[in-house]
Design a protein around this ligand. Structure first.
Ligand code: SAM
Ligand code: SF4
Length: 370
């Protein structure tokens, strides 16, 4: 399996917790940006000749903020340069404060068949305090517009002042349409350099234990509503996993286009610059916008495989591991398995972290990647 990721770095305004390559006040650069994006899409097609892609994902930033003709153009360029599976999952991230019926018509014509909507919280006071550009009203409108599509909704836990009852209200709103088949539940990370980090330094955020309790209760609440966890932050109705993300966790290949986009092709990981100006300048001069590249082979590839697969409810398939690396997972990771035996479920076919320890997986994974 292989995926395509397209990064759209523009946002209407910057949320206080976000350190993604996403910029407010830069929308004036969209025309130059997309001209370069189309050029980059074409220039990498030689490298990927012969591969077929099963997923395309427009992430950001806010893909629904830019003029929709540019999204249409990017898909057209992708189809003209690459082989795309006829049942491909094609996702666009949407911020409810930027979606209109007119944009949706263009997305539909372009072939987008899945939308991931950022809600974060159903509480308007919280939304204002984290500088979101929408209220619960715009989210309800977005759900109405997108009715009938395959939808995912992003929810955050650990936001300032929010209790379990706020999170349950958010989950109620996020799952209020039958079209919603997938929920991503992210625990707030106070990223250095963001306004949220100052709150963390001032001791104004919930403790790790408080967030862990909210997480465990949210997992139960989502399950009651028919959303089963398949990765630490991801939940879906039967059969509605995000194919694009599953490919990452299965160490599948993907190519990324645009500012800050990462790729993994032929065991090489590489990443583009996060600066719009540097990106445009490099592509215009026929130079690579890459700023980082590393080959991941041998023992490092095995460790990466273990780390990615153990994040999911499926864990490591012993057969797939053997087919990929020609060696036995139980032998290669004997020490880490012995040390963490009580946290693991081991069957003839699989090895996975027990459900109740998935949230604290990082303390287990260090032994697999050390
Ligand atoms: C690119 S954004 C989604 C689309 C759109 N930009 C929006 O915010 O509505 C991806 C998601 O990452 C999550 N996220 C971003 N920064 C985070 C942080 N510091 N901690 C936890 N989750 C975060 C949010 O749930 C957000 O919806
Ligand atoms: S809208 Fe999304 S990408 Fe933009 S700042 Fe907010 S969370 Fe980040």
């Amino acid at each position: 399996m292989a995926g395509i990721y397209v990064h759209i770095p523009f946002c209407k305004q910057k949320c206080t917790y976000c350190d993604f390559a996403s910029y407010p006040n830069e929308i004036g650069k969209q025309e130059a940006y997309f001209a370069c994006l189309y050029k980059e899409i074409k220039s990498k097609s030689e490298l990927l000749k012969g591969k077929t892609f099963q997923t395309i994902y427009f992430g950001g930033g806010t893909p629904s903020f830019v003029e929709p003709k540019y999204i249409y153009g990017a898909l057209k360029q992708i189809y003209s340069c690459y082989k795309i599976d006829k049942n491909a999952e094609i996702t666009l991230e949407v911020n409810p404060g930027t979606l209109t019926k007119e944009k949706l018509k263009v997305y539909k014509n372009a072939g987008i068949n899945r939308f991931s909507i950022g809600l974060q919280s159903a509480c308007n006071q919280t939304l204002a305090s984290i500088n979101r550009c929408h209220t619960d009203f715009e989210f309800k409108k977005a759900l109405e517009y997108l009715d009938g599509y395959n939808l995912s909704v992003d929810v955050m836990i650990g936001l300032p002042e929010e209790t379990l009852s706020h999170v349950k209200n958010t989950i109620d709103l996020a799952t209020s349409s039958n079209s919603v088949k997938h929920i991503s539940l992210y625990a707030l990370k106070a990223e250095e350099g963001t306004p949220m980090f100052s709150k963390y330094l001032n001791g104004e955020l919930l403790s790790d234990d408080e967030v862990a309790d909210i997480y465990e209760e949210s997992v139960k609440y989502l399950k009651q509503k028919g959303f089963n966890r398949y990765e630490v932050s991801n939940f879906s109705k039967e059969g509605y996993f995000s194919k694009h993300n599953l490919n990452y966790w299965q160490r599948g290949e993907y190519i990324g286009f645009g500012v800050g986009a990462s790729s993994f092709i032929d065991n090489r990981r590489f990443t583009n610059t996060e600066s719009i100006d540097e990106y445009v300048s490099a592509v215009l001069r026929n130079r690579s916008p890459e700023v980082f590249s590393e080959q991941v082979d041998g023992e490092d590839a095995k460790k990466e495989y273990a780390m990615l697969a153990l994040r999911t409810e499926f864990g490591v398939s012993l057969l797939s591991y053997e087919l990929s690396f020609g060696s036995n997972f139980l032998v290669d990771f004997a020490n880490a398995i012995k040390k963490n035996r009580k946290y693991l479920d081991i069957t003839e076919k699989n090895i996975k972290i027990k459900s109740e320890y998935l949230y604290v997986q990082n303390s287990i994974l260090v032994d697999f990647i050390g």
